[in-house]
Write a protein that binds this ligand. Structure first.
Ligand code: SAM
Length: 214
């Protein structure tokens, strides 16, 4: 505690954990398995995927880890430009669909990793780029951000909701991207932020958060 009022007195990691615990039950892998069957991989050259990819800097990079990869929207969009892409997800059905799309597009350097945010990541490969696209609905954000940072050799990119207001305004809002910037700041990481338009069921905008690993 400083002798004067300071933002440093706020433990954003703890605030996030308490906010999330109050408003959110994490979806199970089985629930995502069910959703995987109904999802389709959208074209990479339009919409959200194109907006995400055009903000990435792939120069000097060969490998990418896509955390919460789902069908592989981001990993498979950039796979032709890289030698290895790893899709990590805790839903076996999502990973099966990711592997199937990789085969269909001839992405021989695509690999699936069945793992949760909460698991031990000691054998998850360190990659030049680590992304987490629309996949950071975790209960412990500080732990998740430390994992992303530890697995990145060069750059990290993630998206998080702006104004985590659900469609039903009577329900409390989810913690939004501003927690992430503040938790990173407390870790000594000064991330860049940009905003992507794109309707979702609960938010009109995504914050695109990026930092370099020095
Ligand atoms: C909204 S989808 C996003 C998929 C993809 N990244 C995209 O942008 O289209 C969220 C993904 O995160 C995965 N996921 C959710 N919680 C997870 C956890 N605790 N560990 C690993 N993956 C998780 C889900 O299985 C799902 O594939």
């Amino acid at each position: 505690m400083s002798t004067y009022p300071s933002i440093d007195d706020i433990d954003f990691a703890d605030l996030y954990r308490r906010h999330m615990a109050a408003v959110r039950r994490p979806k199970s892998a089985e629930e995502w398995d069910v959703r995987a069957e109904a999802m389709t991989l959208p074209p990479a050259d339009t919409g959200y995927t194109a907006e995400f990819v055009r903000r990435m800097n792939l120069s000097g990079c060969d490998t990418l880890l896509d955390v919460g990869c789902g069908l592989g929207n981001i990993a498979l969009a950039v796979a032709p430009k890289l030698s290895q892409v790893y899709g990590l997800d805790y839903s076996p059905r999502m990973l099966a669909r990711f592997a199937q799309h990789a085969r269909e597009q001839g992405a021989s350097g695509a690999h699936a990793i069945l793992r949760s945010w909460d698991d031990d990541w000691h054998d998850v490969p360190v990659c030049d780029i680590v992304v987490a696209s629309r996949s950071t609905a975790v209960m412990d954000m500080a732990d998740a951000l430390r994992k992303l940072h530890a697995k990145a050799r060069k750059r990290v990119y993630l998206t998080s909701v702006v104004n985590g207001q659900p469609g039903d305004a009577s329900r409390p809002a989810w913690p939004d991207y501003i927690y992430i910037l503040n938790i990173l700041h407390a870790m000594g990481i000064h991330a860049r932020v940009d905003y992507m338009a794109g309707a979702t069921s609960f938010s009109a905008q995504w914050a695109f958060i990026a930092w370099d690993v020095l």
